[in-house]
Every structure is written in C-alpha cells, then in structure tokens.
Design a protein around this ligand. Structure first.
Ligand SMILES: *Cc1c(COP(=O)(O)O)cnc(C)c1O
Length: 465
C-alpha cells in the first residue's frame, strides 16, 4: 500500500485518503508518495488503452479506493468532458497541441478538479466528515474548483482571487455560480497574497483541525496524480503514430503543478525525453533552469494571468526528488529561501548531460506574435497561455522527437488577448457567451488572515449547522 510522506521529512506518514483531505503536511511540507511506481515494462499494453483505462492504470498504485469506486469516479469525472478523447491531440504546424480544455470551465484544471471534487464526495460519504475547502486562484483554478464541488453535500468552498487581476470572463465563471456551498472572495492583493493567506490558514494547526480545512490548490497530491494521465496518453499515442522513441513537452507553467506531473510521468517510465518549462515575464523558473539560482522578484501582470506567479508551490516537490528525498535538506533550503528570497540549488541543476527539464520564456510581444502567426499560417487559435508554450517549443524542436505543446485554456477565455493579437473578436464559446447578464455573488477582503478566519468560522457554523 502506498504511503505519503512530507517533503520536509518531519510529519507522520499517511494513506492516500488522508493525504487528499489534509492537503498540506503538518510540518509545512507537501505530500509525496513514498515511491514512484515504474510502469516501463507495461508500455506496450498501456498504449492500446483509451484515456479512462489508461488513467485507471496510472492511478491504481497510488490510490487506496476499491477498484470499482476508482472506475466509477473516473467515469463520472471525465463524463463531463465535451470531447470523446477527453484530451485530444491536434497537429498545428510543427507541434502537436494537446487540448486539455474540453471540461466544464474550458481550462486544463478541470482534468484534475472534476476528479478531485468527486473524490472528496466519495471520501466524505464513507467517513461522514465535512470539509471547508480554502483555495487561492490566479483565475482558472477558482472556477474549475467551484465546478468540481458546487452542490456536493458535506463540503463548501472559499475561493480567493486577486481583485481586478483575473480576466473578466474568468471572474464571471466564478461569481455567477450561486450554489449555497460556494463563496467567492476578491482579495485586495496579488495571487501570491492569496496563496499566502491559504498557507497561513493551514499553518494554524488548531484552526485547520477545528474547521476541517481542505485544499484544491495544486499542493493537493490528487491534482498532480490526475494530471499524470495526459502526459502518459500523449507520449504513448505519439510514439506510436510518429514511430518515435520518445516525445518532448512544452508546458505553460505557473505553479509548477502541471510540469511536475510530467516529471512524475517520466519517472514512471513513460517515453518522455524532455519537459520544457515555459513561462511569461514572471520567469523565476526559467532563470532557475538557466542559472541554478531560484530568486523571487515582484509579480508582474501579463496577458497570461494564470502564470503570473513567482513562488511556485510545487517546485518544492521537484526539489525533494533532486535532494534524494532528504526532507531535512528540503526544510533547510525552503527556510533559507523564505529568509533571503533567493537560493542556489546545484543539485537540481545537472550540468553536462542532456537534462529532462529545461526552460524558456515568452514576453508580451512574442505571445501576441505567436497567436497572430499561428492563426495566419494554420487557422488555429491559441489562447495566450498556450501561445507562451508554443513560442518556447519552437526553440526545442528535434527531428526524432515529436513536440507536444499543452493547450491549457480555450482561447475564448481570453478574448482581450485574441482581439489585441488579431484585431478581431474571433474567440467565442457558447458556455462563456451564456455567462453575460447572469447574476453574480462575491465579497471583498483585505490581505488579513484574521478576517479570513472569522469569515470561514462564521460560514462554517451557518452551513454545517
Ligand atoms: C493554471 C494554469 C497554468 C499554469 O499551470 P501550473 O500547474 O500552475 O504550472 C497555465 N495555463 C493556464 C490556462 C492555467 O489555468
């Protein structure tokens, strides 16, 4: 049976169900499985499987649910997707675009959060517990989490977004959900402030226990787990159809959750030659993979707001594996970083050999030019996040290794960027058009942990009365 341990090595180990409901480890670290299963001798059989069966094979060793319950959750979660292949691959120019936006909110986060919502339901139904989910969002996590848990019994969700820093559509996708168990909160600060508020709540262990806090941010292991599926799916499909030994991925990156799932997929033995971390002007990760120094600067607002993140929470999981699973060293590194806002990590930066991870950035000009050029030469419309990945991918093309660019959002979620790139309103989706003129509900909050605690306490007393 798989056990889960803290990246900081100073918390009791726990089973999958506990790891999913508690989110963050009690020593402030992130939960990781105690080993990564190797499926490399099963690739021929796995290659033949449709998405759901492949997802089952990947998740089975990590999850402590009965076989039939896992199957049921996967069917339920991916039954809401609008494409029969769930995450289809579409050739666009030299690159294979992996469309991850066919879920209810049109962003890749649905792949993980549809599953996580159903997983919470299943776990709460058998334990009889309740859950107050607290989440920070830079735009897309919020709506995907809300659609994952809306109307489900035994849980309510508090979603904080940085006021005025998400796109108009992103905000509407959250605030038009009026279910009783959904609370939208506009925080007067940046996404990092929102994320910090969530962390502070979790660090107050007494509060965390009293109010049964749960997390849907990408610190939750179940999200990483659900995202391993499409790295595996695309790498198996393309090594087959393109007769290649391995494939490359360009991954539009913010919190490092998605690319970390790719890292685990590679460690599980899926045919992945390279994972390219693609960032916008918030390029702490690109600078890290180029220099070995992880140094935070101020967050700037860009046209790909879901990647406007400096301190990438999932980076700690990668650090843990680079430091040979030595929790004490991870703890020390994270403490040094917290004090100095900068740290040099030679272990994570293998010189000489061809590294699995690499990185590149695209600024505003490059993003706009990529949307424009790609549309003009292929007729395919990239959203600004995918455009960052698509731009960076061009520097890493390899004749023997097909390149996959993850398409993390449908372009209609970012109509302002499309209009700016092309001078026309080309990006539409009926789901989003329907949001206009619907009633909204949202409250304001300062960057104030105590105010947030009061709010959670009040609503919890009311909701679970
Ligand atoms: C969340 C998000 C990202 C970044 O994903 P991480 O897992 O945070 O690295 C990229 N693009 C879009 C559209 C997103 O919603």
């Amino acid at each position: 049976m798989m056990e889960y341990v803290s990246t900081r090595g100073n918390a009791p180990q726990m089973c999958f169900s506990q790891a999913v409901t508690c989110g963050l480890a009690r020593d402030g670290g992130l939960l990781v499985p105690d080993h990564i299963p190797d499926l490399s001798d099963q690739l021929a059989a796995l290659r033949k499987l449709p998405f759901l069966d492949l997802a089952y094979a990947i998740m089975r060793p990590y999850v402590d649910l009965p076989d039939r319950e896992l199957t049921r959750l996967l069917r339920l979660s991916y039954g809401t997707f609008r494409d029969p292949h769930i995450t289809p691959l579409v050739p666009v120019g030299d690159v294979h675009v992996l469309e991850l936006f066919h879920g209810p909110t049109l962003a890749f986060k649905d792949v993980a959060l549809q599953f996580l919502g159903n997983l919470f339901s299943s776990l709460l139904a058998s334990s009889g517990d309740v859950l107050n989910i607290v989440a920070a969002t830079s735009g897309d996590t919020g709506s995907a989490a809300i659609y994952g848990v809306r109307g489900k019994p035994g849980m309510q969700i508090f979603v904080m977004h940085p006021k005025g820093r998400t796109s108009r559509v992103q905000k509407l996708q959250m605030t038009t959900v009026l279910d009783d168990n959904v609370h939208n909160i506009a925080v007067d600060g940046t996404f990092d402030d929102c994320q910090h508020l969530v962390k502070s709540l979790f660090q107050d262990l007494a509060f965390r226990d009293q109010f049964h806090l749960g997390s849907v941010n990408s610190i939750n292991w179940a999200r990483v787990l659900a995202q391993i599926t499409y790295f595996a799916y695309a790498s198996l499909r393309l090594t087959d159809s393109e007769r290649a030994a391995r494939v490359r991925f360009s991954v539009p990156t913010g919190n490092f959750g998605d690319v970390f799932a790719g890292y685990v997929a590679a460690r599980m033995g899926f045919p992945i030659a390279k994972l390219i971390v693609a960032t916008n002007e918030n390029d702490i990760l690109t600078r890290f993979f180029q220099t070995g120094t992880y140094a935070a600067t101020e967050v700037v607002s860009t046209m790909s707001p879901s990647m406007d993140i400096q301190v990438a929470s999932n980076f700690e999981r990668y650090l843990y594996y680079c430091l040979d699973c030595d929790g004490g060293q991870v703890m020390q590194s994270m403490q040094t970083f917290a004090k100095q806002r900068s740290i040099t990590l030679p272990h994570c930066f293998p010189a000489g050999e061809e590294p699995l991870l690499d990185a590149g950035a695209a600024d505003r000009e490059a993003t706009l030019a990529t949307i424009r050029d790609t549309y003009q030469s292929t007729g395919y419309l990239l959203d600004p996040h995918t455009a960052v990945g698509y731009h960076v991918a061009q520097s890493w093309l390899h004749p023997d290794e097909p390149m996959v660019c993850l398409a993390t959002a449908h372009p209609a979620k970012f109509p302002e960027a499309i209009r700016e790139a092309l001078g026309q309103d080309l990006a539409h989706h009926p789901v989003l058009d329907d949001l206009r003129d619907q009633p909204e509900r949202c409250m304001d909050l300062a960057v104030d942990v105590d105010a947030l605690k009061k709010l959670v306490a009040r609503e919890s007393a009311r909701f679970f009365a």
